[in-house]
Design a protein around this ligand. Structure first.
Ligand SMILES: [Zn+2]
Length: 338
């Protein structure tokens, strides 16, 4: 099969080549990958290495079941599925409370196993979720990293509520473009922050943003809309580059939430600025299976949109990363088509 493979860490070592297709074990299925999302997590995997090595990256994909293992029940050859990308044992303390994303024996498909930048991928049957008829596999392929991370972050972790003033940093990104939609869906007033505000204003308003501003403009707007009090919730997965500004925007008794650190993870926190304002700083990672099922349902009812920027063949994988990181007008997902 055709696959994206690297034998040592580094983007320069990425090759598109023919390798042997994997075989499903008794509790696994073989998926013919139709669309695979390109995400920063894949970039980090390529630069840090994955298991096994040589490694096939790709933490987000959807496709059609091609073969099922001998113990597999409940799904059939030909079913259209999207992959829940957290491996989980179903028995640890966190799995038992429904938080597979925290499983102590977990890990991400595409990092601790071969991923979806290939014609075929093998995954545990517990990680496949059937895609409703009226949802495209391209749309479904945008959910497991971008949408699920955003959903879990703003609803489960940060508990966004109607009427709140919410600021979303990195609003054009895979997670940000969904965080804008979801906080709007919750009834919040949404300020989308992007360096590219002028180029992406209309598209972000189309996703539900009430205001679209550059980081430089954010402070003034938040002050204006809140009578100087600040934002109830700040969503920021950009990291180091925006931390000082974004943390400062949080109102008294407000929340600051992150699910990533694209520009670097080490920041300085002044404890008095935390406790004297009673600010809550919240971490979030991935999401649960039931949340992914809910997202498919919302997509099937057209209550949310799956923003897709480009679809590219597997051979153009390096270009796909360039487009993801550098395209000035990008909103939404770059998809590979194996
Ligand atoms: Zn577990």
């Amino acid at each position: 099969m055709h696959a994206v493979v690297f034998d040592k860490p580094g983007m320069e070592n990425l090759r598109v080549m023919d390798v042997e297709a994997p075989k499903p074990g008794p509790n696994e299925v073989l998926v013919r990958v139709k669309f695979a999302g390109v995400n920063p997590v894949d970039y980090f995997t390529i630069n840090r290495g994955g298991r096994p090595m040589p490694h096939i990256p790709g933490a987000e994909f959807a496709g059609v079941i091609e073969e099922v293992g001998s113990n597999v029940r409940g799904v059939n050859i030909g079913d259209e599925v999207v992959i829940y990308n957290r491996l989980f044992d179903g028995t640890c303390k966190y799995c038992l409370i429904g938080h597979e994303e925290l499983c102590i024996n977990g890990g991400l498909i595409g990092i601790v196993t071969n991923g979806g930048f290939a014609e075929y991928a093998v995954v545990p049957v517990t990680n496949v979720i059937r895609v409703p008829k009226c949802v495209g596999l391209d749309e479904a392929a945008t959910l497991p990293v971008g949408a699920l991370t955003a959903w879990h972050m703003v609803f489960d972790r940060a508990g966004v509520r109607p009427g709140e003033l919410v600021v979303v940093f990195g609003a054009t990104g895979n997670v940000g473009s969904y965080a804008v939609q979801f906080t709007k869906l919750a009834g919040a007033t949404v300020i989308a922050v992007s360096r590219k505000a002028n180029k992406v204003r209309n598209a972000l308003i189309g996703l539900g943003a009430d205001y679209v501003v550059t980081p430089e403009e954010a402070q003034v707007l938040v002050n204006e809309l809140s009578n100087g009090l600040g934002a109830d919730l700040v969503v920021d997965s950009v990291g180091q580059a925006t931390w000082n500004l974004s943390f400062q925007l949080v109102a008294r008794y407000g929340r600051w939430v992150t699910a990533g650190a694209l520009t670097g993870g080490d920041v300085t926190l002044s404890l008095p600025s935390l406790y004297s304002r009673e600010v809550t700083v919240i971490g979030s990672t991935g999401g649960t299976r039931i949340e992914l099922i809910r997202l498919l349902d919302l997509l099937s009812k057209r209550r949310i949109k799956a923003p897709i920027y480009a679809k590219m063949s597997l051979d153009r994988v390096k270009e796909a990363f360039d487009v993801m990181f550098k395209a000035e007008d990008r909103i939404g997902k770059v998809l590979l088509m194996p």
